[in-house]
Design a protein around this ligand. Sequence first.
Ligand code: FES
Length: 383
Amino acid sequence: MSTEAIATSQPAARPVQGMPLWLLAEVTYRCPLQCAYCSNPLGFAHYRDELDTEQWLSVFRQARELGSVQLGLSGGEPLLRKDLEILVGEAHTMGFYTNLITSGVGMDEARLAQLRQAGLDHIQLSFQADDSELSNMVAGRGHFEHKQAIARAIHSQGYPMVFNIVLHRLNLDHIDSILQLAWDLGADYVELANTQYHGWAFHNRAALMPTRAQIEHAEAVTERWRQKVDGRMRIFFVASDYYDGKAKPCMNGWGSTFLGVAPDGRALPCHGAAGLPGLSLPSVVDTPLRAIWEDSEAFNIFRGDDWLPEPCASCEILSQCHGGCRCQAYLLAGDPAVTDPTCPKSPVHDEVVEAVEAADRDRPVPPLVFRTVENSRKLRSGG
Ligand code: FES
């Protein structure tokens, strides 16, 4: 079934099962880095307009009325917004727990202090590697030393220090020194996030997919570090569904807890929704958030589990995985309304097995395609 067909054949409204507890404000797609695994749409360069300060504050107020409690400010690089301190301050006053998701590029000690004063609760700082050469290779730009300085400043200003790194073929073998770096920088939490193959990462999949041995080694090293630090640094290893043999419960179920808003105001049921052809995304510019959450086709089309076909329909773990990820179903099976092919029960699971086996084979690894404006314009199809 094509996405277009699905868009007209699904019921317009399904029972709303929850509140958008997690509001993600993608305040800009501008970014000083060019990470080859970025989850932004391939066509990000075509998002020219950004909501202004008042429009974002209206979104925050409406989300609080709907029950949102946690606000993620991300991008692109959210520090490029000059009104970030205002957004944080007002969100704090509204009662949000505020979380800044940043590369640290554009941060300095004074801005950290201003954000602290505005009420920012939490900063997730991303790294690409444990050294500057590999960082530059993956992100296309060099900011490794600056990131380290910002990590130390985050720690010294009393924020919880969350060290985030996306893992893939090029940096997984550095896992021991990555964890050493996090420890040396005083990280309270480490998120070792294996690449999820959406957006730019899907486009670069052949270059980024690791061998199974790399993943197993990284897990073993992570376990040793957990024993060594004994809870003084909490380490999360986010597994890859390609290697795991099970589909991930993406977004905890479509339209159940997550509500994203793109820089131009398009509301997103998930990070990758803009890449689903035929899915019309409502905008906060002309539609109240409650109507978007409760009544829009985009948020209802995959809400709940009762619409899923076999093999999901009769599966005993459907309530845990919700059939997996809609965007991955589209990318791998060509249809967002089928079982996520990372599930072994999917009729096209072989596609995933083949990708994993290809990563294990000795073969030339293609060059990375970086997330640049120029490349985005060429790859317009991503939304
Ligand atoms: Fe869209 Fe998983 S990223 S449903």
